[in-house]
Design a protein around this ligand. Structure first.
Ligand SMILES: [Zn+2]
Length: 125
């Protein structure tokens, strides 16, 4: 999710209304009780403008004018790290399953050769 920089002239994305209430919040402040940042740490973890449409009550978040453009880059990096972590975990899981299957196959092979050896011994007496 990428945020747009605050634009006081931006209209409500839902109803097109132009009567928008704005409130600035510091990073970590959950802001409006029912606002989008209330339950979203990505939004909450940065200074932001919470905006609410006074016509339809739609709420959204924009970046303050003085916020650094890198904020979206940080999110991109976080997403990339998450993706890589998932890939690595998947590879480890795949390797473990492969190992388990290999070990099981080896076990069956050993079991069969023991059985064959026992059978041969018993039948050659
Ligand atoms: Zn609206």
């Amino acid at each position: 999710m990428e945020l747009q920089r605050y634009d006081e002239k931006r209209k409500c994305p839902k109803c097109g209304g132009s009567d928008i209430g704005d409130q600035f919040y510091e990073a970590g402040d959950p802001g409006m009780y029912s606002g989008p940042a209330c339950s979203n740490w990505q939004l909450r973890d940065q200074p932001r403008m919470d905006r609410i449409c006074r016509c339809c009550s739609y709420q959204w978040v924009e970046l303050p004018l003085d916020s650094k453009a890198e904020i979206n880059d940080i999110w991109r990096t976080r997403r990339r790290i998450m993706k890589n972590t998932k890939l690595i975990l998947g590879a480890i899981l795949g390797a473990l399953i492969g190992l388990a299957l290999g070990a099981w196959a080896m076990f069956k092979l050993v079991l069969r050769s023991i059985r064959t050896a026992t059978w041969k011994r018993d039948n050659h007496k």
